[in-house]
Design a protein around this ligand. Structure first.
Ligand code: GLV
Ligand code: MG
Length: 312
């Protein structure tokens, strides 16, 4: 568990193909809260092994400011996982914050990753527990086991929904992942979004939505990402810099919400501490302890996004 990154914002999580040196060089200039260098599905099988060095080299030599920096390795049902983790973690050094594990189906896969990381840390002089884990839920088995997966290791920092692989695992008759399906009367992923969110929150994890694959349709992205933002997700994947700009805005509270949350906290403090009352009126609404909890979450999220309270 990386203490540095557990509470950092992840409104936008930029995916960068690990085999593409041009994209790797550009990635630090894109203002995503989190960046992950990919060894999995955006890298061709013939490039997988050579991409490990490119990724480790990029981590060591480029300036990544204080964003969350992650590498997505290949899933445990391939032949690459242990080699990816050992090579990348031992060559990248302390700047690598996390490993992302795709297509997680059981808690055992997280435990295996945790144990492997502990040995690499011991051999490479990294602090024990330094490397965090992000887990992708993108198969039906993964969703069924999501609660055990979220509880499997203190290294876990986030749980992520992978809509494209999930649609394939469900055998849904769609050819584009992560977009709305107009023929369906409702949100075809509502249950999935909610189940992952609840499991993640029950274990103190950040919860992230996956990619929106129509990468030029920024209005569509803005509209679709409201679904998980409103439910309470912390952020969403970005596949290019324009998507990052949209997501940094969508997953931040507005200044008005941030100021109102502060005002609720002030009013509630005054009510409980000065007037000794548990429920009071705030404008035309009643506030109580639950309102304090909701407002606290807004303030935390706004602070993560760099907001400051407007002058009175
Ligand atoms: C992401 O990995 C997805 O499958 O949607
Ligand atoms: Mg996937």
């Amino acid at each position: 568990m990386s203490e540095r990154t557990r509470e950092l914002p992840r409104r936008s999580c930029l995916s960068v193909p690990g085999s593409n040196e041009k994209f790797l060089r550009k990635a630090p200039t894109v203002p995503s809260d989190m960046t992950f260098l990919d060894l999995e599905d955006s890298v061709a099988p013939l490039e997988k092994e050579s991409a490990r060095d490119k990724v480790a080299n990029a981590i060591q030599t480029l300036g990544w400011d204080d964003r969350v920096l992650c590498v997505r390795v290949n899933a445990w049902d391939t032949k690459w996982t242990y080699g990816d983790i050992i090579e990348v973690v031992s060559k990248s050094g302390e700047r690598l914050d996390e490993i992302m594990l795709p297509k997680v189906q059981s808690a055992a896969e997280i435990i295996a990753t945790d144990m492997l990381l502990a040995q690499i840390e011991a051999n490479c002089g990294l602090p024990q527990g330094h490397v965090g884990i992000e887990a992708q839920i993108e198969t039906t088995r993964g969703l069924i086991n999501v609660e055990e997966i979220c509880a499997a290791s203190p290294r876990l920092e986030t749980i992520i929904f992978g809509p494209a692989d999930f649609a394939a695992s469900m055998e849904m008759p769609v050819l584009t992942g992560g977009v709305s399906i107009p023929e369906y009367p409702g949100d075809h992923f509502h249950y999935v979004f909610s189940k992952i969110l609840m499991a993640g929150r029950a274990h103190g994890l950040q919860v992230i939505d996956g990619p929106y694959l129509k990468i030029r349709d920024l209005d569509g992205l803005r509209e679709f990402s409201q679904r998980t933002r409103v439910l309470g997700y912390d952020g969403k994947w970005a596949l290019n810099p324009d998507q990052v700009t949209v997501l940094n805005e969508v997953y931040s509270p507005t200044q008005e919400q941030f100021d109102k949350a502060h005002a609720i906290l002030d009013a509630y403090r005054e009510a409980t501490e000065q007037q000794r009352m548990g429920a009071v009126m705030f404008g035309d609404e009643m506030i109580d302890e639950a309102s304090r909890k909701m407002a606290t979450k807004f303030v935390k999220r706004g602070e993560r996004a760099g907001l400051q309270r407007s002058p009175a």
